[in-house]
Design a protein. Structure first.
Length: 363
């Protein structure tokens, strides 16, 4: 029958198709999987390139340089003032590294003044990279005998410009002599009247602590609390000490730590005397007073802003001639200023403490 023959013809054809599917199916799947893997590889590479091309999170180009430090501007101003005070006619080139626009110094005697010591007393950034610096200088003036005479402490205002990061600095003008900083009104401290009701054992502990601390007399560990970081000053700067006065922060109450201000008269091995002030904290342990710390500052009776007295600070004399006193503005020389030697070689590089150059006698 035709129907039977078609069934017989169709049966081998279906078997062949099933055989082809068994042969072709796995190969096709392998090729499809390989193609998928290549697609993933290409996509990963493209993503990596895109990630490299994008800037890192939080970064937009090169990082901005840090702002100029006030220390750099202050140091630059001090060096400039020291060099400027000693400069005179013909010394303009010595000032150009600080101020390229320095004018002619015609009529200014070279070496007529010398800055024994300089210190920055104020610095303010008026705009980014532009500083206003006030420099105090202990000034010496050449005298007719070829030596130096104290001309007092003078103050100069200097404008300093800095590149980003403070890599380069320059003064934008000559120093301007100005008045001394205003004197603040002394704040009230916690201490009561000096010498009022100081127990003998407390005063004795203070005296022995100071003697061991700065004169090397006795073992300091006996007078400080266990674990205290206090160590004696070495080498000992003084040969002996004595307590001139002790002020307490209030009545001594058993079990309560106390704060004292001790005024000390110290004498070195050459007989030189110095008066020192020590704000100390003490506590009782095993029936004996021990120093727990040297306070960073004497404590105030009440916190608050520090005021200024009604009167203003005296102004510096307008005359360029040096005075014969140690001050020109009613103020002492900068702390620690050394006495000037009669003569010494000129300093190659100005510093905050400058050796005296050879003075040119005043005609």
């Amino acid at each position: 029958m035709r129907w039977a023959r078609k069934e017989k013809e169709q049966a081998p054809r279906d078997a062949a198709d099933r055989s082809d599917r068994r042969r072709v199916g796995p190969a096709t799947m392998v090729r499809a999987g390989a193609a998928g893997l290549w697609v993933l590889v290409v996509l990963g590479a493209v993503s990596g390139v895109a990630a490299l091309a994008r800037p890192a999170p939080g970064s937009q180009g090169a990082a901005a340089p840090p702002p100029a430090s006030p220390v750099a501007a202050a140091g630059w101003a001090q060096l400039y003032v020291a060099r400027w005070l000693s400069a005179g006619d013909g010394d303009e080139e010595q000032l150009r590294p600080f101020f390229p626009g320095v004018p002619s110094l015609t009529g200014v005697r070279s070496g007529g003044l010398w800055a024994a010591r300089t210190a920055t007393v104020a610095a303010a950034e008026t705009s980014p990279g532009y500083w206003s610096v006030t420099v105090g200088a202990d000034v010496m003036a050449a005298d007719k005998a070829g030596g130096w005479t104290p001309a007092g402490t003078r103050y100069y205002l200097v404008a300093v410009a800095a590149t980003p990061g403070g890599a380069a600095l320059v003064a934008t003008g000559l120093p301007a002599q100005v008045t001394a900083p205003a004197l603040a009104r002394s704040p009230r401290l916690v201490y009561q009247s000096v010498g009022a009701q100081v127990p003998v054992d407390l005063g004795d502990s203070v005296e022995r602590f100071v003697a061991a601390y700065v004169a090397g007399n006795g073992e300091l560990a006996r007078y400080v609390a266990p674990g205290s970081p206090l160590r004696p000053v070495r080498p000992a700067p003084y040969a002996k000490t004595e307590i001139s006065s002790v002020a307490l922060d209030g009545p001594v109450v058993p079990g309560r730590p106390v704060r004292v201000m001790a005024t000390v008269r110290a004498t070195d091995s050459d007989g030189r005397v110095a008066f020192l002030g020590y704000p100390l904290a003490l506590a009782v342990r095993d029936g004996r007073w021990e120093v727990t710390e040297i306070l960073a500052v004497p404590p105030l009776a009440a916190p608050g802003p520090i005021g200024t007295p009604p009167s203003t600070a005296p102004t510096a004399p307008s005359s360029p001639e040096p005075s014969t006193t140690t001050t020109t503005e009613g103020r002492g020389p900068l702390p620690g200023a050394p006495p000037p030697p009669a003569r010494a070689p000129a300093a190659a590089v100005p510093s905050t403490t400058n050796p005296a150059p050879s003075a040119t006698p005043v005609p």
